[in-house]
Design a protein around this ligand. Structure first.
Ligand code: HEM
Length: 491
């Protein structure tokens, strides 16, 4: 009894002294890196504990980056979350970030591993997978022939989305961050897979739940302890497998179809792709597309809800397209008429909506882009970036910078008008669709989805903004820039 309690005391004592030593080492290195770890040619280190930085990097990313730029007064600073991460701002850094070939896009986003499905959960080499994905993406969404083929999908998209809107009823309240996301999710699944899957609302709901399980499995813990078999990790592996089975089931059905059609799955089958390749394509498009397209569609409706001038301009533009391209004597529902407008008109004859999309992207889409340096010789000015370090660039560095965009928080789509750019040496940088080595190949698809939603909402409904309790909104909410998943509003 005595010896037991003694050994218990001893072990607590040893544990306590062990913890004290670890804390001492951590504090010393914290103080060392905070105060002595910097010199003129080295990148400024902000120090801090990995766990605190990891928490801030995940939960308050925008504030964490901005406040450290402000506090440090440097254009580059580094911190550690097991590995070195260099945050950058300014013209030189931006140009290097987007154009330097030693920086890897795919490896950069591995920093957030857990948020995207681990392809290894369904086997295969990551880089080959990325190359095959990009090849199919270009083939299906970007080549000219597909512009016409996509047109064939448009009427089905309209009818699916219109059906969902019917379920909203003729009047009432909706939360766009739920209802509009549902529309975007269904459209994106349709664009990426096949009509049968997209039209099955039960499957869509299940896919959506599994998708959010994956999306939210990137946590500070998964970043700090990637080897730890956590619940989040297990859930994400299970979600990947369940999604694989769902998609694969539909691919098998399409393989047995009497004739292949022009849906993405059928085009991939015709190209000889196997089920894992098709799965990666479908999921890759969903991951690349849903969040961004959802965020922009929701915020456009919010901005137009608080700006009657631009809302009216958008309504006039859509009415003009309807009268130019559809039968004015038609008694068909508006969704049917909209769906017959040619693709070229959706792409080239909506300058008002284009400016609204661009301005919404500028104010709202200010995420942090990531890369990993795989080269020995990458510099910003006289500062070298270590090989193996991750680099992070927040788009707000230009989009919310009054040097480029005066009154950056004001919604003003006319700031892109050609006459407002006259006399300027060059256009302000715009990064909403990326630039340099990795511009967004999904831009046309995303714009089409956004325009379909905006056209249908503005043609079918009159609406006003209300707050969470249903009272008319007195002021336009602001985007919560720390919310990396949905950029929900905050007042
Ligand atoms: C409003 C919707 C969207 C926005 C705002 C958007 C924005 C962007 C941005 C800013 C980048 C560059 C990222 C970086 O440099 O790190 C990017 C890349 C990419 N986007 Fe999009 N995107 C959207 C929709 C889509 C859709 C629907 C797809 C797929 C159909 C897609 C596929 C991709 C891919 C594959 C890349 C990486 C390209 C590469 O590796 O070179 N995006 N996107």
């Amino acid at each position: 009894m005595r010896s037991e309690s003694h050994s218990h005391w001893l072990s607590s004592h040893v544990t306590l002294s062990g913890i004290s030593s670890i804390l001492l080492v951590l504090c010393t290195s914290y103080i060392y890196f905070s105060f002595f770890g910097n010199n003129a040619n080295k990148i400024h280190k902000i120090g801090g504990f990995s766990i605190v930085n990891a928490w801030s990097f995940f939960n308050k990313r925008y504030d964490f980056l901005r406040s450290n730029f402000d506090k440090s007064g440097h254009n580059l600073f580094s911190f550690k979350i097991l590995r070195a991460i260099v945050a950058m701002s300014g013209d030189d850094a931006r140009k290097m970030f987007f154009h330097e070939k030693g920086l890897s896009f795919a490896q950069g986003y591995r920093l957030l591993m857990g948020g995207t499905p681990r392809w290894k959960d369904i086997s295969e080499d990551e880089l080959i997978v990325a190359a095959v994905f990009n090849k199919y993406l270009l083939k299906i969404f970007v080549t000219p022939i597909v512009r016409e083929e996509t047109l064939i999908v448009v009427p089905t998209l309209f009818s699916d989305i219109n059906k969902r809107m019917d379920a909203w009823g003729v009047e009432g309240k909706i939360n766009p961050f739920k209802s509009i996301y549902d529309l975007v999710f269904q459209m994106t699944v349709h664009m990426a897979s096949c009509h049968e899957l997209a039209a099955d609302l039960g499957s869509i709901q299940k896919m959506k739940d599994l998708y959010w399980t994956l999306e939210k499995s990137a946590t500070p813990a998964s970043l700090l302890f990637p080897w730890f078999p956590s619940t989040a990790r297990r859930n994400s592996q299970q979600a990947t497998k369940d999604l694989y089975n769902m998609v694969s089931h539909h691919v098998d059905i399409r393989r047995k179809a009497a004739a292949l059609n022009l849906d993405a799955i059928d085009l991939l089958i015709a190209d000889g792709a196997d089920n894992p390749t098709i799965f990666r394509f479908v999921l890759g498009v969903i991951f690349a597309g849903v969040i961004n397209t959802g965020i922009i569609s929701c915020w456009i409706l919010l901005y137009l809800g608080s700006d009657s001038v631009w809302k009216d301009k958008a309504i006039v533009e859509i009415r003009n397209l309807i009268t130019t391209y559809t039968d004015t004597a038609s008694s068909q529902p508006i969704s049917r008429r909209l769906s017959t407008i040619p693709m070229s008109a959706w792409e080239d004859e909506m300058p008002v909506t284009e400016s609204i999309i661009r301005e919404t992207l500028r104010i709202v889409n200010n995420g942090t882009l990531l890369r990993r340096n795989l080269s020995d010789n990458v510099h910003v000015g006289d500062k070298a970036i270590d090989k193996g370090a991750f680099v992070a660039y927040n788009i707000g560095d230009v989009h919310l910078n009054e040097v480029f965009y005066p009154e950056p928080l004001t919604f003003d789509p006319s700031r892109f008008d050609a006459n407002r750019q006259e006399g300027k040496q060059e256009n302000p940088p715009f990064l909403g669709w990326g630039t340099g080595r990795h511009p967004c190949p999904g831009m046309k698809v995303a714009k089409l989805e956004i325009k379909i939603i905006v056209a249908l909402v503005l043609s079918r409904y009159e609406y006003k903004l209300v707050d969470a309790s249903g009272d008319p909104s007195k002021e336009l909410p602001k985007p919560n820039r720390n919310d990396i998943h949905q950029v929900h509003p905050t007042l």
